[in-house]
Design a protein around this ligand. Structure first.
Ligand code: NAD
Ligand code: TYD
Length: 376
């Protein structure tokens, strides 16, 4: 039996990880530490709360004392570190919080792990592991013909978010090298799936369509991302937690590069098809384009580009595939359809998270209209 501390477990990837892990390893102890920012939602963990070996603790990763106490009291030998400020646009309008949470927060966790696992009763923690969940954005931006990022691609983070994640990766590496803290790092591409906060591209487009709003495409829509279903990310994390080499870095991706425009068009077609097949959707979502006799694509709107917008990410996950047998299992079409269905069937969830603080942020960002200005 393993005993895991999962930071950020009430967020998008964290809650999917918890569901995945309980299903696959029901005997393991799982303690979630999450401060419940706008992105953390206890409702994401409702199903897990029923499970006898699950515990939720509301708290901050920057609270070293709390983390030390949790590690000792719960005899936690694995940390899966997901807690972070994660949205690039927010890092552009307010970088300070990203520096504090992502860098100082990670450092605080590393200090706690070192103190308890390496300086305390070592016999109580015979096989500790600190796994740090990071992003492909630390590697910077690729040109159209460039080879995909490997684990030895030099770091060239461009946004404050990416820079804060890069700094946290370096700290994790340094704690391994200097103090011998047993760590692993994964750098993953863009995730999608259920429970993603509707500020990120895919859920934003889904809820905007259902609410009769436009689909804001930054710049020319030709920026490329490699999209991975969150369940496949969890599968990759599981492989690393079980057999990943200590001190190693693993890229996780799915060789599924899409331009933003193609992706949003695919989403539009899937939505049109679903409304055509299920007539009750028209009554439930009267504002959606198909309910008004329009195609979803008519809602596309090119808006002003994001500052410093990275052009292309592509990730080479050969190491994870070769060493640990990773392969993504959910095709993009199937993953997008199931994600779309999840949002269609969970309207109360997304309406609840798009609360006052979300609207305030959108207004702060874009003025009274609450949406980005039309682009050139
Ligand atoms: P998210 O924003 O949905 O969730 C972040 C969670 O962290 C929330 O539950 C929030 O309440 C919690 N949190 C924030 N600050 C905290 C603090 N100080 N103390 C405790 N908890 C805190 O993010 P996500 O998309 O689930 O991403 C999770 C991790 O995966 C992040 O580290 C992110 O950098 C990384 N990542 C995300 C993606 C992606 O596509 N979403 C891709 C690669 C890597
Ligand atoms: P996002 O989901 O914010 O993830 P990331 O910035 O971490 O890649 O954005 C994905 C892509 O979609 C990115 O190129 C920016 C673009 N985008 C839009 O075109 N419009 C939007 O409203 C948002 C949120 C993102």
């Amino acid at each position: 039996m393993s005993r895991l501390l999962v930071t950020g477990g009430a967020g998008f990837i964290g809650s999917n990880f918890i569901h995945y892990w309980i299903h696959r390893h029901p005997e393991d102890r799982l303690v979630v530490l999450d401060s419940l920012t706008y992105a953390g939602n206890p409702a994401n963990l409702e199903a897990a709360a029923e499970h006898p070996s699950f515990r939720f603790v509301q708290g901050d990763i920057r609270d070293q004392e709390l983390v030390e106490e949790l590690l000792r009291r719960e005899a936690l030998e694995t940390i899966v570190h997901l807690a972070a400020e994660s949205h690039v646009d927010r890092s552009i309008s307010g970088p300070d919080l990203f520096i504090d949470v992502n860098i100082n927060g990670t450092h605080s966790l590393l200090k706690a792990a070192r103190r308890v696992w390496l300086e305390g009763d070592k016999n109580a923690f015979p096989k500790p592991r600190f796994h740090h969940v990071s992003t492909d954005e630390v590697y910077g931006s690729l040109g159209p013909g460039d080879a995909a990022f490997t684990e030895s691609t030099p770091y060239r983070p461009n946004s404050p978010y990416a820079a804060s994640k890069a700094a946290s990766d370096h700290l994790v590496r340094a704690y391994q090298h200097t103090y011998g803290l047993p760590t692993t790092i994964s750098n993953c591409s863009n995730n999608y799936g259920p429970y993603q906060f509707p500020e990120k591209l895919i859920p934003l487009c889904i809820v905007n369509l259902l609410s009769g709003k436009t689909l804001p495409i930054y710049g020319d829509g030709q920026n490329v991302r490699d999209w991975l279903h969150v369940e496949d990310h969890c599968r990759g994390l599981e492989l690393i937690l079980k057999d990943g080499r200590i001190g190693e870095i693993y890229n996780i991706g799915s060789r599924n590069e899409q331009t933003n425009l193609d992706l949003v068009r695919l989403l539009c077609r899937s939505m049109d098809n679903l409304f055509a097949k299920r007539s009750e959707l028209g009554d439930r979502y009267p504002e959606a384009p198909p309910s008004r006799g329009q195609l979803c694509e008519e809602s596309l709107e090119f808006v002003t580009d994001r500052l410093g917008h990275d052009r292309r990410y592509a990730i080479d996950s050969s190491r994870l595939e070769g060493e640990l047998g990773f392969g993504s299992t959910i095709t993009f079409d199937r993953g997008m359809e199931s994600t779309l269905l999840w949002y269609l069937d969970n309207e109360p969830w997304w309406r609840a998270v798009m609360d006052e603080s979300y609207r305030e942020w959108m207004t702060d960002q874009y003025g009274k209209s609450g949406s980005p200005p039309a682009g050139a």
